[in-house]
Write a protein that binds this ligand. Structure first.
Ligand code: SF4
Length: 539
């Protein structure tokens, strides 16, 4: 029996974009939101800080601890999203749920699924991990044989249900939902233009620009409207769109963010990374190519190429191989695990050192450390053990205990490290704060020498293509030499992999490496716009 669903009035719907415009005769049609009141509830770290408990683990937190919540000192770039799509499969929302689980490393602050039963869309989104956002009951309220899903990472300030995805809108062309991995470099400029023309935005997300542009398009088909919108945006996007009867997936012409295609029992699946397919028993077919748009409906799958594409435009994010992607992922036939091992080998060639053992910073430094140890011919040892039970925030037990985030996550193996010359391999240094603590931890454990080796070049530039990075001022390598960084992290020596070595490890050219080189493949319209504008001079 079809469960009863709640249809809420338009202004109350977070992420329900009122895409009508005074001169655009769009007619409101309700999308059925499966469980909006729960999706709206505050939860996650911000709720804890404000004392707004919503059940679960928040419910029993004593009041005196409310402000004593520390962010784990995770000194990494962060991917902002993972996307998933499925068309023509039984229990599509359950498949999306499992797919999002395997993409959870790409975003932990919000998750959502929109499903279709062929006639209308059903939505559920919430703050937190996939397993916290969805229950079996909620998945039962997302019926149909097609679905798209999204996991999102944000910095604490931007963490809000209104920015959770997929965004779902209802406009004159019908219902449409979208999930986006990436960042538009002209999103702000487009948003300002749309607002000047009368559009009202319901979120801070640049993803909403897509739906406004699609809503305004005069094209006849959904595919043409999507293509119309894409011709106006610049930047990084891997997108999945869902209408009641069609799924559209597209990757930007540079291919910054990955998007892969699989097959499941005659239906199709899409995911940011192929391990999502393995979990649901789907077969990987291929990567969606940069600039390719794929349309899936009852007639099957067809590929459209709305953009000029040539191999020289290709700029997939090289950091996917360094850190973001799961080690069991492969893109275009290049295994992330193998690439990381090659980075370790190249790192030894670039930065050799005499030592007794190679120790990885778990988990992302493991494969590179193996490669380094093999090339150096010295033992690989798990001298640091990671606690898998620490989330992004932790209640500080006493005011007197400070800066213990790293020690909560990593534990030194004293019996291994004492009296040893240790090479520590990590994937990157962003601010340097975590590296400094790790070096001290290993030295305190009795190591006689600590040599830090990094399996990527110095990260000196922020990313504008969908990765959460600190400002340039906060990037330690932007304003310190390698020797000065080493002085800060207090290692006996510090060595980075060269950019050439990194490119060799991932198979050559065709990658964005702007955070290492400062050479951005697409100009940053939004960032430069305020500087171009001259101030008014009073008279
Ligand atoms: S700037 Fe760095 S993190 Fe951003 S897309 Fe390019 S390589 Fe990836």
């Amino acid at each position: 029996m079809q469960p009863e669903r709640e249809t809420l009035p338009e202004p109350a719907l977070p992420g329900h974009v009122p895409c009508r415009h005074s001169q655009t005769p769009f007619e409101a049609r309700p999308i059925r939101f499966a469980s909006i009141p729960e999706a709206c509830r505050p939860s996650g770290s911000s709720a804890r800080l404000e004392g707004g408990h919503a059940g679960g683990m928040d419910a029993g937190v004593p009041r005196r601890y409310e402000r004593a919540v520390v962010e784990m000192d995770d000194d990494h770039f962060h991917d902002q999203c993972g996307v998933f799509g499925v068309f023509g499969a039984k229990e599509a929302s359950n498949l999306a749920y499992l797919g999002l689980h395997s993409l959870q490393h790409r975003g932990q602050e919000a998750a959502g699924i929109v499903s279709s039963n062929g006639e209308q869309l059903f939505v559920h989104r919430g703050m937190g991990l996939v397993q916290d956002v969805f229950t079996a009951d909620q998945l039962d309220k997302l019926p149909g044989s097609s679905a798209i899903g999204h996991v999102r990472y944000t910095t604490a300030g931007g963490s809000h249900i209104k920015n959770a995805q997929p965004l779902a809108v209802d406009c004159g062309h019908g219902s449409i939902a979208v999930a986006h991995n990436g960042n538009l470099t002209n999103g702000l400029a487009l948003r300002h233009q749309l607002e000047r023309d009368g559009s009202i935005f319901a979120s801070d997300s640049d993803t909403e620009v897509f739906v406004h542009l699609i809503a305004r398009s005069k094209a006849q088909t959904m595919v043409d409207r999507v293509a119309d919108a894409l011709h106006q945006v610049e930047g990084a996007y891997s997108l999945v769109f869902l209408s009641p009867d069609e799924l559209v997936a597209v990757r930007d012409p540079y291919g910054f963010r990955p998007l892969c295609l699989g097959e499941l029992d005659g239906g199709y699946v899409l995911a940011s990374e192929p391990p999502a397919f393995q979990l649901i028993g789907a077969k990987y077919i291929r990567d969606i190519e940069p600039g390719e748009l794929v349309v899936i409906n009852k007639d099957g799958l067809r590929s459209v190429r709305p953009f000029r594409t040539d191999p020289e435009r290709r700029h997939m994010c090289i950091f996917e191989y360094v850190y973001f992607a799961r080690p069991d992922a492969s893109f275009d036939g290049i295994s992330v695990y193998d690439a990381r091992k090659r980075m370790g080998r190249a790192l030894f060639e670039d930065q050799p050192v005499d030592a007794d053992m190679v120790v990885p910073v778990p988990d992302s430094g493991v494969a590179a450390a193996l490669g380094y140890a093999e090339a150096a011919g010295i033992p690989f040892e798990l001298g640091l053990i990671r606690s898998h039970y620490v989330g992004r925030t932790f209640i500080e037990p006493a005011q007197s205990i400070r800066h213990f985030g790293v020690r909560l996550k990593l534990h030194p193996v004293l019996s291994l490290l004492e009296g040893k010359r240790v090479v520590v391999v990590d994937d990157s240094i962003v601010r340097g704060t975590t590296s400094r603590k790790i070096v001290k931890m290993i030295r305190d454990a009795g190591a006689t020498e600590v040599h830090l080796r990094i399996s990527s070049p110095p990260t000196s530039w922020p990313c504008f293509y969908g990765i959460d990075t600190p400002t340039r001022e906060e990037l330690i390598a932007a304003h310190k030499s390698v020797d000065e960084v080493n002085e800060y992290v207090t290692a006996d020596s510090l060595g980075y992999l060269s950019l050439d070595g990194l490119k060799r490890a991932v198979g050559g050219d065709g990658f964005c490496s702007a955070c290492f080189s400062g050479r951005y493949p697409i100009p940053i319209t939004d960032e430069l716009a305020p500087r171009r504008q001259l101030p008014l001079v009073g008279v």
